[in-house]
Design a binder for this molecule. Structure first.
Ligand SMILES: Nc1ncnc2c1ncn2[C@@H]1O[C@H](COP(=O)(O)OP(=O)(O)O)[C@@H](O)[C@H]1O
Ligand SMILES: [Mg+2]
Length: 243
């Protein structure tokens, strides 16, 4: 079943056609990979879906609801959570508080004075356990290593417990050990029925994780299909793998 569809989605920055008349369908409870050279519009597409950028043209259809405009705060209500390509944590808050802010779905201040703190703390600790950051829970986010900060970002997406997860390069810069944790979590999320959109450069990870792959080039759809077929496609090999 299609859960997320973009029709003729378009976003231009001056002369740059970042996303150009882009139409694709995303299947529910599947892992869909998005690949493409740098600057091909992958992040912009997710910015459009999550309301971070206004859509120039085209529509987004989420669970049958057709939208021409998505405000940033609305994405959550449509069941979407996203992971940013660049890390965006509350640096001067603890690891645990970074999760609590998401769990309580409130602003920073009310989250710190949360009344049902026991329940939320339990949830936060479960998420930190899953991602292997339990021992760091009282440290400031700013004091973590790059890899741990990236894991904390993933933990924040988990805490949101949304149905559709838009993950922009969750593996970037991670050591193999941490990569394994994240790929394990992504597989488990799929088993739980979540829909995952995964932007990733590492072809081995794409092959391992994805049910379906979408290839972007210059804002357009270059190819789509099952990983093995798409990754052998001549156009894709030429444009993306540079061979
Ligand atoms: N906010 C912006 N303002 C101007 N140009 C942008 C902006 N965001 C992205 N672009 C341009 O749009 C194109 C697509 O970028 P992006 O979506 O980040 O690509 P990718 O994630 O595939 O590397 C690039 O040419 C980039 O320079
Ligand atoms: Mg990007």
């Amino acid at each position: 079943m299609v859960i997320l569809e973009t029709k003729n989605l378009t976003k231009h920055f001056g002369g740059v056609k970042a996303v150009d008349d882009f139409s694709v369908k995303i299947e529910q409870s599947k892992i869909t990979g998005i690949i493409g050279p740098n600057g091909s519009g992958k992040t912009t597409r997710i910015n459009l879906l999550s309301g971070m950028l206004p859509i120039d043209n085209g529509t987004v259809n989420i669970s049958g609801v057709e939208l021409r405009k998505i405000k940033p705060y609305e994405a959550y209500f449509y069941g979407m959570a996203r992971l940013f390509q660049t890390i965006r944590l509350f640096e001067q808050m603890t690891v645990e508080d970074n999760i609590l802010v998401i769990l309580t779905k409130r602003n920073i201040f009310s989250s710190l004075f949360e009344k049902r703190k026991k329940y939320h703390l339990k949830k936060a600790r479960e998420v930190l356990e899953k991602i292997g950051l339990s021992e760091k829970r009282n440290q400031l986010a700013a004091n973590l290593s790059y890899g741990q900060r990236k894991l904390l970002e993933v933990a924040r997406v988990l805490a949101a417990d949304s149905d559709i997860l838009l993950l922009d390069e969750p593996f970037a810069g991670l050591f193999p050990e941490m990569r394994k944790i994240v790929s394990g979590i992504i597989k488990k999320l799929k088993q739980e029925g979540k829909t995952i959109v995964l932007i990733e450069h590492n072809i081995d990870l794409i092959r391992e994780l994805c049910d379906y792959v979408i290839v972007m080039d210059s804002g357009k759809l270059l190819a789509e299909g099952e990983p093995n077929k798409v990754l052998e496609n001549e156009k894709v090999v030429k444009a993306y793998l540079g061979k």
